[in-house]
Design a protein around this ligand. Structure first.
Ligand SMILES: [Zn+2]
Length: 292
């Protein structure tokens, strides 16, 4: 089977209920559940110490967990003021630095706000600033750490699929984060069938080449939305909300893709990552039976 990794964004409620207190214990906990990825969130600011990050990273390496980092929410590549642009460069630089402490190879971030003005102008500004970020972060990029702009769930945010791929075209080191919940919310429930997923997956190699068309980053959770887009993330058991993982699982196997899949369910992200992994494994068994 192709190597597809699964893990949670942050720590499940059950991790704490079982008496654990520190994220240093997460890698082994995840390994014991059969998971092999972990996204650490510094979405409200980078407050952790280098030594703590180093300890978590050591545990992750020991237990075979691929780490990624989610950068702060305050980032806005399309910021209109120089002060805001400086802050964005600094947050991304510090996120890359923290990723290096962890031994994480991927830094996920939200591109920013489209603002009230012209969307194309906002995108031009975003690309210009992202080039500045890439230059500032070159020492970390040289170490193989990738910045991964995310597709966003609200229409007033930069981060449609096209915009995200457009940003990633600026540099080979940029890897897209496909948040399928966000894409579903943004398109008012547009992800229902395998074909809907296939249209998304097939757009990547054309824009970014085969390597990034295979080994992209994924955020997955069911999602509640309004006319403006994303409202809140739901758990995988709340089946009244989309999207479903099953059609995607089939395509990942058929197309031999190797993304890292991070589950962003509320409270049960690790348990739901296991559910997604099971769905994939069941698909894989069915495929093999069909081949015999
Ligand atoms: Zn995100």
């Amino acid at each position: 089977m192709n190597k597809i990794r699964f893990g949670p964004a942050g720590n499940s409620e059950s991790f704490y209920e079982q008496g654990h207190q520190s994220s240093v214990e997460m890698p082994k906990w995840l390994h014991d559940m059969g998971l092999d990825a972990y996204e650490y969130s510094v979405t409200r600011g980078i407050r952790l110490k280098e030594s703590t990050a180093g300890e978590i990273g050591e545990q992750a390496a020991k237990w075979g967990i691929a780490m990624s980092l989610h950068a702060p929410y305050y980032i806005n590549l399309a910021s209109r003021e120089e002060e805001g642009r400086k802050k964005t460069v600094r947050y991304l630089y510090r996120s890359m630095e923290a990723a290096d402490w962890f031994g994480a190879k991927r830094v996920v971030f939200h591109p920013g706000s489209a603002g009230k003005g012209d969307r194309e102008q906002a995108m031009e500004a975003a690309k210009k600033l992202l080039l500045r970020v890439l230059e500032q972060c070159s020492e970390f990029i040289a170490k193989g750490i990738h910045l991964c702009p995310e597709t966003m769930g609200k229409k007033n945010q930069l981060g449609s699929l096209e915009e995200t791929l457009d940003l990633c075209q600026l540099d080979e080191s940029l890897i897209p984060t496909l948040d399928f919940g966000h894409l579903h919310a943004r398109s008012q429930g547009g992800i229902r069938t395998a074909k809907d997923y296939e249209n998304i997956l097939d757009s990547i190699p054309g824009a970014l080449g085969d390597r990034r068309g295979r080994a992209f980053h994924v955020h997955f959770s069911r999602i509640e939305y309004t006319a403006a887009g994303e409202k809140r993330h739901r758990t995988y058991q709340e089946t009244e909300y989309g999207p479903d993982f099953e059609p995607l699982a089939g395509l990942l196997l058929q197309k031999n893709l190797e993304p890292v899949i991070i589950c962003e369910s509320r409270k049960t992200m690790a348990e739901d990552a296991v559910r997604l992994q099971k769905i994939l494994q069941e698909k894989f068994s069915l495929f093999n039976e069909a081949r015999l």
